[in-house]
Design a protein around this ligand. Structure first.
Ligand SMILES: [Zn+2]
Ligand SMILES: [Zn+2]
Length: 194
């Protein structure tokens, strides 16, 4: 039997996106570097045994712990993922809509500037690129908006995917009964905060 306790925890990623893609909800850990994404897949996720992949969401206040782990055919390079994140609209949508199954993909997060995008692209301020003045440092032209510079991002999803069928939402008081979540919080929350 494999135990989760010996697998290193990995949290060097930006966050998690939840996207509809290929008719199913996708859970997408976000990286900023294409090479890092490729090697994570190649060394770790590729070797995961699909039916053993687990996601645990532990909700604490307005935040949640994202916890992802699996048995591996190559235990030497296995990792478990975790990240403490703010609850978001997309998170809530995933929670309501996943129906017990999701695809796991990696995503590479790319920042876009005004020169990279179409006029209709949305800025993080929610206004379109055409509403940002190219001559004046990209400021947003809406009077009510204090955005000083156009900024947007794009997530490129990996084609490769794994299927996840073991998805659980837990409260902190129930974490003790779940080996993966318990190991994560024990190592990364309780021991650290002592
Ligand atoms: Zn803007
Ligand atoms: Zn704006």
């Amino acid at each position: 039997m494999s135990t989760h306790s010996s697998i290193p925890w990995f949290d060097d990623f930006m966050g998690v996106a939840y996207r509809y893609y290929d008719l199913r909800m996708n859970v997408v850990p976000l990286l900023t570097d294409r090479k890092q994404s490729a090697s994570l897949w190649h060394d770790t996720i590729h070797w995961w045994v699909d039916p053993s992949i687990k996601i645990r969401f532990v909700e604490i206040g307005d935040k949640y712990w994202f916890i992802l782990g699996s048995d591996s055919q190559k235990p030497d390079t296995n990792l478990s993922f975790f990240k403490v994140l703010h609850k978001s609209e997309n998170y809530e949508r995933f929670k309501k809509g996943h129906g017990g199954e999701a695809y796991l993909r990696l995503g590479v997060y790319a920042k876009k500037t005004l020169g990279d995008v179409k006029k209709s692209a949305l800025c993080n301020c929610s206004h379109e690129a055409r509403d940002h003045d190219e001559g004046d440092n990209d400021v947003c032209l809406y009077n009510s908006c204090d955005c000083k510079k156009f900024a947007s991002f794009q997530v490129n999803l990996s084609k490769r995917k794994k299927t996840i069928t073991d998805i659980l939402y837990l409260e902190e008081k129930d974490v003790k009964d779940d080996p993966l979540a318990w190991n994560c919080l024990n190592k990364n929350k309780y021991v650290k905060s002592e």
